[in-house]
Design a protein around this ligand. Structure first.
Ligand SMILES: [Zn+2]
Length: 320
């Protein structure tokens, strides 16, 4: 490994030159490098230009961050920040390296993240939280409807009062979908950041410059593959969004919808009733509101409108 990639210590000496070349080749890239009083490496932050501009214009404002240990002769932590693109694929935003995972390192990384990506309206940051396996916690975290969240939390209060109190102290708005003040879309855990980290497993053993270059190559490959796939497609929706909508569309066929007033519909589905407001893009099940994608009830309501056929052709490829 040393013969191919050089020594770990030597790589740190090359770092300023590598970063200079990286920025020259990728104008608009944001780089942060901090050294201590003896000029020894402390912190690093890199957000490539190819990640910065799409985030402003094309991605949902949800950033997932996570930290993981470097491998081999490297000591330190690799920080990653990712989003998801319209096809639900992991979209790398930035990486960072720090000596240990503590408040100072996180603060340094997050302040550079803010410098690179700003604070878009309704920005949500999800950090390394694992919902765990406890069934009640998952039920509470994943519930769309307030009543399901309350039921799961009441059961937890009775069965595991300590865990219940701790979860309330953390703040349900940070981990429960139905309690979040802004839309989490379909993001709930830090899985996206973990899967990016897992893809970088082998790179984490390399000396720092080789590691950065290996990560850059992964990002370049992903972006190129997606660009090629997008250029071949003439669809308005991504494959993932189309699949989701098609599944909801199939479910909606079993429902009956009745218009109550302009834009509002009462949907009868599996013995229950849901009120849908198409103008407000809202449904009583809360999925339409939180994920900002029409749920099966909303689609059942849309099927009653005169615009349905036009919408179908535009969004789902003339599926009726
Ligand atoms: Zn619904």
């Amino acid at each position: 490994m040393e013969m191919i990639y050089g020594r770990v210590d030597d790589s740190f000496l090359l770092l300023p030159r590598y970063l200079y070349a990286l920025r020259e080749a990728n104008p608009g890239t944001l780089i942060g490098l901090e050294v201590d009083i003896d000029c020894r490496f402390k912190h690093l932050f890199v957000a490539l230009a190819a990640s910065i501009s799409p985030f402003y214009f094309h991605l949902r404002p949800v950033i997932v961050v996570d930290g993981t240990h470097l491998k081999g002769k490297n000591s330190g932590i690799l920080f990653v920040a990712v989003a998801k693109d319209g096809n639900e694929a992991v979209f790398p935003l930035a990486i960072g390296v720090g000596p240990i995972e503590n408040d100072e390192s996180w603060k340094w990384f997050m302040s550079h993240l803010r410098q690179a990506f700003g604070e878009p309206e309704n920005l949500l940051i999800i950090k390394g939280y694992r919902p765990g396996v406890a069934e009640l916690l998952c039920q509470a975290a994943y519930a769309y409807e307030q009543s399901n969240y309350t039921r799961a939390m009441s059961a937890m209060a009775a069965l595991k009062p300590k865990a219940y109190e701790k979860l309330l102290r953390v703040g349900p708005e940070k981990w429960a979908r139905s309690q979040c003040p802004v839309s989490r879309y379909s993001f709930l855990t830090s899985n996206a950041a973990k899967s990016f980290n897992a893809r970088l497993l082998w790179a984490r053993c390399l000396p720092i410059c080789s590691m950065l270059e290996a990560i850059r190559l992964v990002i370049e490959q992903w972006f190129n593959d997606r660009l090629a796939a997008a250029q071949e497609s003439d669809e308005n929706l991504t494959p993932e969004a189309k699949q989701k909508l098609s599944a909801e569309l199939v479910k909606s066929r079993r429902y009956t919808a009745k218009r109550t007033t302009e834009g509002k519909y009462r949907i009868r589905a599996s013995g229950r009733h849901y009120m849908v407001d198409l103008q407000e893009q809202s449904c009583e099940c809360n999925e339409f509101d939180l994920d900002q994608m029409p749920c099966s009830h909303a689609i059942a309501a849309m099927r009653r409108t005169s615009q349905w056929r036009i919408t179908c052709t535009l969004t789902t490829g003339a599926v009726h």
